[in-house]
Design a protein around this ligand. Structure first.
Ligand code: PHE
Length: 327
């Protein structure tokens, strides 16, 4: 094939180039412009053997062909990409993906939040790393007082004034320090205790704590509120108040519910000790309040009949996937 024939053949190939896939374009590119054996590439390399009289003319033609090829490649590339894009049909249902489920603790947590909102409580946040004053002293639990033994604590080694909060009651102090009554709020979150891990205790668990401060708040208000809340959670169940002791409430009580044919303890509560109100500069002659606190793990174990608290934190899919219907 002489030079003119080769050029005509290339022109023809360019003209009738009609790729269907990106792969066709790649092959076309390699065929003509491939670094080693591309037809145009080799042609240009051989140009020095062409008689001087034709050399310039052929050089210009080859450059033109090279540009045409590049242009063809680009145009077709865009065309094929667009075709592929248009093939995407948004009306076709997507592939089925296996969605997960809420953790049982989250399910019960959400339920309680909904109930408390419904009852007019406002949600507030506290700190998981607390100082001694908010977690203990302001709540009437002085240093060296034996009542500290009720909650074995993780202190920060470098600064033992800081600790992982042992209960959400510290949020009462944080909130009351900054706000003046009346208020009706709750807080919910993780608390930590230096407990031996067993089927019914863990070093970390969740608590929800509600408190209400106003003029003339009485134990009757507390009983009413708790009865109402429990009925929304468990339906109609019997409850009883058992006298108890917490340093920050007076009187204090433990609440039991009659469930599954037995009495089960589910929360602590009481009238906020006037000394606690004084600690946060609230006039305890004018205001009284109540507080209650309950463990979410315990509640979840009762509701779902779960016998071992450790299962909540094992991330075992066989356990967790059983709560799909609740999602
Ligand atoms: N903070 C108490 C506990 O963790 C629970 C409680 C809260 C008791 C509010 C009374 C009032 O054991």
């Amino acid at each position: 094939m002489n030079n003119i024939e080769t050029i005509n053949k290339i022109k023809n190939d360019i003209k009738f180039f009609n790729p269907k896939t990106i792969d066709d374009i790649k092959k076309f590119k390699i065929k003509f412009l491939g670094k080693k054996n591309g037809i145009i590439t080799l042609f240009i390399k051989k140009i020095k053997y062409i008689p001087i009289s034709d050399r310039k003319k052929i050089g210009i033609i080859l450059n033109k062909l090279k540009n045409e090829i590049k242009e063809k490649i680009l145009k077709n590339y865009i065309k094929i990409k667009n075709i592929n894009r248009n093939k995407f049909d948004i009306t076709i249902p997507g592939k089925f993906t296996n969605i997960g489920s809420l953790h049982p603790i989250s399910i019960i947590k959400n339920k309680i939040i909904k109930i408390l909102y419904y009852m007019g409580f406002y949600c507030v946040d506290g700190n998981e790393i607390e100082d001694d004053w908010h977690n203990f002293t302001a709540l009437n639990i002085p240093i060296l007082h034996p009542s500290r033994d009720m909650q074995d604590t993780f202190f920060l080694q470098k600064n033992p004034d800081f600790l992982l909060r042992t209960h959400t009651s510290s949020v009462q102090i944080r909130y009351m320090k900054k706000n003046s009554p009346p208020f009706k709020v709750f807080s919910l979150g993780k608390v930590y205790r230096n407990e031996t891990v067993s089927y019914n205790s863990n070093y970390m668990f969740h608590q929800v704590e509600g408190f209400y401060v106003n003029k003339n708040v009485s134990f009757c208000d507390l009983k009413e509120t708790i009865q109402y809340m429990i009925n929304l959670l468990f339906g109609k169940v019997k409850i009883r108040f058992r006298l108890s002791y917490f340093p920050f409430t007076e009187p204090s009580a433990e609440v039991d519910i009659f469930y599954d044919n037995k009495w089960l303890e589910i929360m602590g509560c009481g009238i906020i000790d006037p000394q606690v109100l004084k600690n946060v500069n609230i006039d305890s002659n004018l205001y009284t309040g109540f507080a209650f606190g309950l463990g979410i793990e315990r509640l979840t174990m009762i509701i779902y009949n779960i016998k071992d608290i450790r299962i909540f934190f094992k991330n075992d899919i066989r356990f967790l996937s059983q709560f799909k219907n609740e999602f």
